[in-house]
Design a protein around this ligand. Structure first.
Ligand SMILES: [Mn+2]
Length: 327
């Protein structure tokens, strides 16, 4: 094993010197966020720490199997903590309402892999070459010699698997497979995880997928694919915002498509965009950055004010420009 970075010693020391610890994550949590939050929560509970795990939004249904004890809870008022650790949250704003609830703390640690991370805590372990925060949590537990139980392995394997698109995204490295192997060795239940996460879509989501295939548009020589998700689409299909996660991968997977974009209506004049790029030619983190958002070179997002049509025009124009500049 390579020697671990010094910052890990600082984090381990901070955890060992704390009794009350709160683990927080970003709004609309994904597999990496929930897996990292829960994996770390379980590990620190096993050390005898008093651990609270907070997220503004609830655990998506497909990840509920990771949390039979219902450890992930909505933030509450007036709690004090020796230590707060944020996982997978690129900015303080991404914590949402949770951010307002963690002001009574002695120390704040930020563990994340987003290149756009704003380093908002007292100790920031930000490693953009890592494809998931789950991999960082695994390295932390290994370096600290804190036991990695089968339940923790399930959480971290889910984190690593979901943030790499099942080990397919180019961010996947040899060490990612190594970590996944170590987690399976420690009891991660592959069959259960794959069944729950990838083979158990609710029917409402399938209706949403059908809607997406009917409505998506191709522009710029079929190199850009996009579609809109309106509130009415959720109502009509009986689905909820959670169900739209990963929908973008369907249009990303079309051969001539280089950049995929989903526009989602939040309010009549507020749109959430998700961007995916299949090529080094287009860095969608930069495009999202033009609109006040961020993420990774191949996957990023933003929230943009304006009428839907104006937002669509501005975003598609930015994507066209990025494609033309590097063609
Ligand atoms: Mn992540």
């Amino acid at each position: 094993m390579k020697p671990h970075p010094k910052i890990l010693d600082k984090i381990i020391e901070a955890v060992e010197g704390s009794s009350t610890i709160c683990i927080v994550g970003h709004m609309r949590p994904d597999g990496d966020c929930i897996g990292s939050q829960l994996g770390l929560t379980l590990a620190l509970k096993n050390l005898g720490k008093e651990v609270t795990c907070w997220n503004e939004d609830s655990v998506p249904d497909k990840l509920a199997f990771l949390d039979p004890q219902k450890l992930v809870q909505k933030p509450r008022k007036d709690r004090e903590f020796d230590l707060v650790i944020a996982t997978d949250a690129a900015s303080f704003e991404r914590l949402g309402a949770t951010g307002e609830r963690i002001s009574q703390r002695k120390l704040f640690i930020n563990i994340d892999h987003h290149a756009s991370n704003t380093r908002y805590a007292d100790i920031n372990w930000v490693s953009p070459r890592e494809p998931s925060t789950g991999e960082l949590i695994f390295r932390l537990l290994k370096a600290a010699n804190w036991p990695i139980t089968p339940a923790i392995s399930d959480c971290l394997f889910t984190a690593v698997s979901t943030d790499t698109g099942s080990f397919q995204y180019p961010s996947t490295r040899p060490s990612t497979y190594h970590v996944a192997g170590e987690l399976v060795k420690r009891g991660a239940n592959l069959a259960r995880i794959c069944d729950e996460v990838y083979q158990s879509f609710p029917l409402a989501r399938v209706r949403l997928v059908r809607h997406m295939y009917n409505k998506f548009r191709l522009v710029h020589d079929n190199q850009i694919a996009y579609f809109w998700l309106k509130k009415a689409d959720y109502v009509r299909t009986g689905s909820e915002s959670n169900d739209s996660e990963g929908l973008i991968d369907h249009i990303r997977a079309i051969d001539p498509v280089v950049v995929a974009c989903v526009f989602e209506e939040v309010e009549p004049t507020l749109t959430r965009i998700s961007l995916r790029s299949k090529s080094d030619r287009v860095n969608v983190n930069h495009i999202a950055g033009q609109f006040g958002g961020g993420g990774h070179p191949a996957a990023a997002g933003a929230r943009i004010e304006g009428t839907p049509l104006a937002v669509q025009r501005r975003v598609i124009r930015a994507v066209r420009q990025a494609l033309d500049k590097n063609s």
